[in-house]
Design a protein around this ligand. Structure first.
Ligand SMILES: NC(=O)c1ccc[n+]([C@@H]2O[C@H](COP(=O)([O-])OP(=O)(O)OC[C@H]3O[C@@H](n4cnc5c(N)ncnc54)[C@H](OP(=O)(O)O)[C@@H]3O)[C@@H](O)[C@H]2O)c1
Length: 328
């Protein structure tokens, strides 16, 4: 089968289209004929050599797929060849065929195309898991979402608007994306390149701080995040693009009864990811099916154009998702 291969770790020049054997489904797995996948920031980090796949998983890039079921492995029931599905994979999405655990797949609503479906699982499940299942975000609370133009955070804004319509959503964004983040429905957008977000939040919340922060910046934002967090607030860390080590005032955190939670989706045990997928399918997929939530596709590339797709993300020219069209 055709797949995107790496000639080594590094820049976009390491990406190459090649041929590899088609995998066979093991226990509880299915073989998916991939029609579309999408680019996620962790793919870039993996290409650079800083995010290896979990043990035993494909080392081909790609964390999600949309396509049809090609072959059913032992122990799987409830699916048939030809079903239209979208799902999480721990690797292998940038290829004509990919293995997926049955529990990590969701039927694609009739109203959605493969390209739209390829934008759902990694980003919307990450946002749903960390804001609602882990962060316990409630209607009427306030949240700070960093990097509002990205895949995870545009999904996060949409989910908060839909599931917690009375919540207050504060978003940080770069200058060129502020207007579009406002149009998406954020109540306050802070230019992270020019403004001090902790100070802005202090003003906006009359000194109270926000109840939840979804952060992928890490060390660089730990101090301002803690300053922007309310009493009993939750800071959920899902990335460390701004460094992994920082100093923390534990006394203040204790007195304010705050929580800092680290979270990663990819390497969770199969059964746990299955439960998360099922809860997402029950709660969010009906909103995708009826069009309440529509994924934001910034651009679509053919698989052969993968380097251009990565370039777009690395230059942060996208708003929402970048799709790779694979099958036809
Ligand atoms: N833990 C998990 O399970 C998990 C799963 C998926 C993704 N992630 C992480 O989540 C993050 C987002 O992934 P993605 O696929 O959505 O990537 P993406 O589409 O590239 O989005 C990243 C966003 O971060 C913004 N950003 C960059 N520097 C920033 C800063 N200093 N302050 C605030 N925002 C900043 C960018 O904004 P501008 O473009 O406006 O500069 C961009 O919109 C990545 O770090 C990824 O590794 C974690």
């Amino acid at each position: 089968m055709k797949a995107v291969l790496l000639n080594g770790f590094g820049g976009r020049e390491m990406l190459a289209i090649g041929e590899v054997p088609r995998p066979s489904p093991g226990e509880n797995q299915l073989l998916v004929k991939v029609m579309a996948t999408s680019v996620n920031r962790p793919d870039i980090i993996q290409r650079q050599g800083h995010y290896p796949p979990p043990k035993g998983e494909s080392d081909i890039l790609g964390l999600e797929v949309a396509g049809t079921i090609e072959q059913i492995g032992p122990g799987v029931s409830g699916w048939k060849v030809g079903d239209r599905i979208m799902g999480l994979v721990a690797g292998g999405g940038y290829a004509e065929y990919a293995l997926a655990y049955a529990a990590h797949l969701i039927p694609i609503p009739d109203s959605m195309s493969f390209e739209q479906a390829a934008c759902i699982c990694e980003t919307y499940i990450t946002a749903f898991l960390n804001i609602f299942m882990i962060g316990g975000f409630q209607d009427g609370e306030s949240a700070l979402l960093h990097g509002g133009g990205g895949g995870v955070n545009t999904a996060a804004i949409q989910l908060c608007q839909t599931l917690t319509p009375n919540a207050k959503i504060v978003v940080t964004a770069s200058a060129q994306k502020i207007e579009r983040v406002k149009e998406l429905g954020a109540h306050l957008v802070i230019n992270y390149q020019e403004q001090d977000f902790a100070e802005e939040i202090k003003g906006y919340t009359a000194g109270q701080g926000v109840n939840l922060i979804l952060d992928h910046v890490g060390a660089k934002y730990l101090a301002p995040n803690m300053a922007a967090l309310a009493v009993e607030g939750r800071l959920v860390v899902i990335g460390v693009i701004g460094g992994a080590k920082a100093e923390l005032n534990l006394a203040l955190m204790m007195v304010k009864r705050q929580r800092i939670i680290g979270s990663v989706l990819r390497s969770r045990p199969v059964a746990q990811k299955g439960k998360i997928t099922a809860e997402f399918a029950n709660t969010v997929v009906p909103k995708l099916a009826d069009g309440t939530i529509a994924p934001l596709i910034s651009a679509t590339f053919a698989l052969d154009e993968v380097a251009e797709a990565h370039e777009m993300m690395e230059a942060s020219k996208h708003f929402g998702k970048i799709v790779l069209r694979v099958g036809s």
